[in-house]
Design a protein around this ligand. Structure first.
Ligand code: SF4
Length: 162
């Protein structure tokens, strides 16, 4: 419409949804939560070599009430499933879940009675990261793809899903 040329410098036009989603995607705080070997790669992603701080998310919160991202890093046992669900329920809304590694996503090689065959039976998963274990670069890729997904979310859809 040619409106941009009439605006003074420093003025941006956007809508509330895009503005809020930008803030959400660039300030995710993960819960301190690891289940098995994949968690070592997740910890490495937070270290200086990979440096998750570049994306506004270096703060792994010790309390789920201060976290809005759950990275399920490793296999989930049936015994642990209610605990995982409780932590998810205690996290602040809106919140997101990454399933990291084949064990979290599908049970992986552990096709037995003791393990949940996919954490999406317990919590809604937003992004799946393949591998056994996924390297920190793969986790970072999954996180960046989640950021892009969050920027395109609509408030009503997100609220209905939670
Ligand atoms: S996917 Fe591989 S590295 Fe990750 S928890 Fe399972 S066995 Fe361990």
């Amino acid at each position: 419409m040619g409106l941009e040329s009439k605006l003074p410098n420093g003025v941006l036009l956007t809508n509330l949804e895009k503005f809020v989603n930008y803030g959400r995607s660039t300030s995710m705080w993960p819960a301190t939560f690891g289940l098995a070997c994949c968690a070592i790669e997740m910890m490495s992603a937070g270290g200086p070599r990979h440096d998750m701080a570049r994306f506004g998310m270096e703060v792994f919160r010790a309390s789920p009430r201060q976290a809005d991202l759950m990275i399920v890093a490793g296999r989930l046992s049936n015994k642990m499933a209610p605990v995982l669900r409780r932590i998810y329920d205690q996290m602040s809304d809106p919140k997101w879940v990454i399933s990291m590694g084949v064990c979290a996503t599908s049970g992986g090689m552990f096709n037995n009675y003791a393990l949940v065959q996919g954490v999406d039976h317990v919590v809604p998963v937003d992004m799946y990261v393949p591998g056994c274990p996924p390297r920190p670069e793969m986790l970072m890729d999954g996180i960046l793809k989640l950021h892009a997904k969050v920027r395109g979310e609509q408030f009503a859809d997100k609220a209905a899903r939670s």
